[in-house]
Design a protein around this ligand. Structure first.
Ligand SMILES: Cc1cc2nc3c(=O)[nH]c(=O)nc-3n(C[C@H](O)[C@H](O)[C@H](O)COP(=O)(O)OP(=O)(O)OC[C@H]3O[C@@H](n4cnc5c(N)ncnc54)[C@H](O)[C@@H]3O)c2cc1C
Length: 377
């Protein structure tokens, strides 16, 4: 039986392990650098129908109904006065069993862990090196070594595997933006609310049926190299509160009062698509490509990529990277375009943007091409 090492117990690695667990044609181990996974985190995640269809293959539809939410629309607002610009009907891409879903990230991780035996996990295992001998020989920081036929690198945006394979070229780049996220209780709108401001946007959406909401803001911010490398400012409460106050003052929602448990981190994205020379090492999820987060597709693509890889291995078809590259280019284009249009600051540009948003949000063929192509893949 061929042996697979999964590096990283994030969304992609855990979903891939679920597929292996169902199929039983391979033996595998999961290596995770953290000592445990956070199963209490209250922050949210959006999953579009492309990933829900795949998650349902492993029983996601049986999740506790109160732990998920099915938003029907995205409402676009002008951040400064909360005036509605337009809305996009997400439910047009749903079908009976697969619906656009929001939930706590920790609930998704908990679900993905349910069917994986605990003995498959090696926590506190930080990958340090891969040597191509007869097989792939993996070394970890704790001096553990083991050989495998395949490596599935799902170790996220700061992928160590990518750095081993591509040195500095494998490092992601700072996207000149930072994320501020937090929780809100009892927000007034139960769909996805997207507020557009000058050089920032924020999104508020329910993460379950208990009136808990996720707040996430992407703010344009140039940082000096020292601030990027030394991450201390991101832990500084004054820095975080100042940022929140800054957005709050540019909106008529009292965010400083409403948003709790705030956290802040820099956004890093991939420099380019990179394919390992070794045919038995596969990059998946953010390790393959990290997108700007303005299209909410990172997790969904991590799930899709893991599924395609599993299918490829099973059928010995070597199509994995070909399909992934195509999909990655489509998502990257949409994520970058969203980011650019969401953050416009010139009033004339904003006027035209809002005009086009109103038109395009009701244009069936545009929506089918821009969203349907991705969601109903
Ligand atoms: C602010 C923000 C909001 C987002 N919102 C959404 C959203 O609403 N919808 C959506 O679809 N996507 C969203 N995304 C993207 C999504 O979170 C990621 O794309 C997704 O989590 C990637 O999954 P992954 O499995 O590839 O990596 P991760 O989930 O990051 O997991 C990687 C794992 O690998 C481990 N690891 C790292 N290095 C090593 C090593 N050397 N050895 C062993 N283990 C290692 C890490 O500890 C981690 O557990 C968002 C991203 C950001 C930044």
């Amino acid at each position: 039986m061929k042996k697979i090492a999964i590096i990283g117990a994030g969304i992609s690695g855990l979903f891939f392990a679920n597929l292996l667990e169902k199929d039983k044609s391979y033996s595998y181990k999961i290596y995770e650098k953290k000592t445990s996974l956070d199963l209490n985190d209250g922050y949210g995640i959006q999953l579009s129908t492309n990933s829900i269809t795949l998650l349902n293959k492993i029983g996601f539809q049986k999740m506790n109904a109160s732990d998920v939410y099915f938003p029907r629309k995205v409402n676009f607002f002008d951040a400064k006065n909360s005036k509605k610009i337009c809305d996009v009907d997400l439910s047009q891409f749903n079908n009976q069993s697969n619906r656009y879903t929001t939930l706590k990230r920790s609930k998704l991780i908990k679900f993905l862990l349910e069917n994986i035996p605990v003995e498959k996990f090696n926590y506190n295992s930080n990958l340090t090196d891969i040597k191509n001998l007869d097989k792939l020989s993996l070394s970890f920081r704790d001096k553990k070594n083991e050989e495998f036929d395949y490596v599935v690198a799902s170790d996220g945006v700061y992928s160590r595997t990518k750095q081993i394979l591509f040195k500095d070229e494998g490092l992601p780049k700072y996207f000149n933006s930072i994320v501020l996220r937090g929780n809100i209780n009892n927000f007034k709108n139960f769909d996805i609310s997207l507020y557009l401001g000058a050089n920032f946007h924020f999104v508020i959406y329910p993460i379950n049926q208990n009136k808990e909401f996720n707040f996430i803001s992407i703010i344009r911010k140039e940082l000096i190299q020292e601030e990027i490398t030394n991450r201390n400012i991101f832990k500084d409460t004054t820095f975080m509160n100042n940022l929140l106050n800054q957005i709050s003052s540019k909106s008529d929602l009292n965010l400083s009062e409403q948003v709790k448990d705030i956290k802040c981190f820099p956004i890093f994205v991939s420099k380019k698509i990179q394919i390992p020379e070794l045919k038995n090492i596969f990059l998946t999820g953010d390790a393959f490509y990290s997108f700007p987060p303005s299209f909410a597709q990172g997790a969904s693509q991590s799930i899709e990529g893991a599924y395609e890889l599993f299918d490829d291995l099973k059928n010995n078809s070597s199509n994995y990277y070909k399909t992934r590259i195509l999909k990655t280019k489509q998502i990257n284009f949409r994520s970058s375009l969203n980011h650019f249009t969401f953050h416009l600051s010139n009033p004339v540009n904003i006027f035209f943007r809002d005009f086009f948003l109103k038109y395009l949000s009701k244009n069936k063929s545009f929506l089918e091409n821009y969203l349907g192509k991705i969601y109903n893949n």
